[in-house]
Design a protein around this ligand. Structure first.
Ligand SMILES: [Zn+2]
Length: 132
């Protein structure tokens, strides 16, 4: 009697676990991607050509003769926009870091959604096991 009941509940658990297994697998993949993240930096790197302000300079009348490029990292902190000047050599480093930051955010969002789905499944499973 008790044996029959155990095997029944085991079969049902396996069937219910199928989507959970898939989600768990996906979670592990995303966690692996997360471990691949390199140095990251919130913000955007801007490339700017500037006017020097001298009326006689060619840049005053000709947009193609502006000075630069000058690079800036811009990001928001406490609701304020922060601009940090970057040297031409530093700009590619920060551009890459900003891409990593966006990737990190995307991964975190996916992991968050997936975690909630998995937790929902696990909670249902825990509830059903309690009722048995
Ligand atoms: Zn100028």
């Amino acid at each position: 009697m008790s044996r029959v009941s155990v095997s029944k509940s085991a079969t049902r658990t396996v069937a219910r676990n199928a989507p959970l297994e898939r989600h768990t697998q996906r979670f592990r993949e995303l966690r692996r991607d997360l471990a691949q993240i390199e140095y990251f930096c919130k913000g955007t790197v801007l490339k700017r050509m500037m006017k020097c302000g001298k009326a006689q300079c060619a840049c005053a009348s000709d947009a193609t003769r502006r000075h630069g490029p000058y690079f800036e990292l811009t990001y928001k902190a406490d609701g304020k926009t922060v601009n940090v000047k970057l040297s031409p050599a530093a700009a590619p480093l920060y551009t890459t870091a900003a891409q990593q930051y966006r990737k990190l955010k995307t991964l975190l969002n996916r992991l968050d959604k997936l975690s909630k789905t998995i937790l929902h499944h696990q909670a249902k499973l825990a509830d059903s096991q309690r009722q048995d």
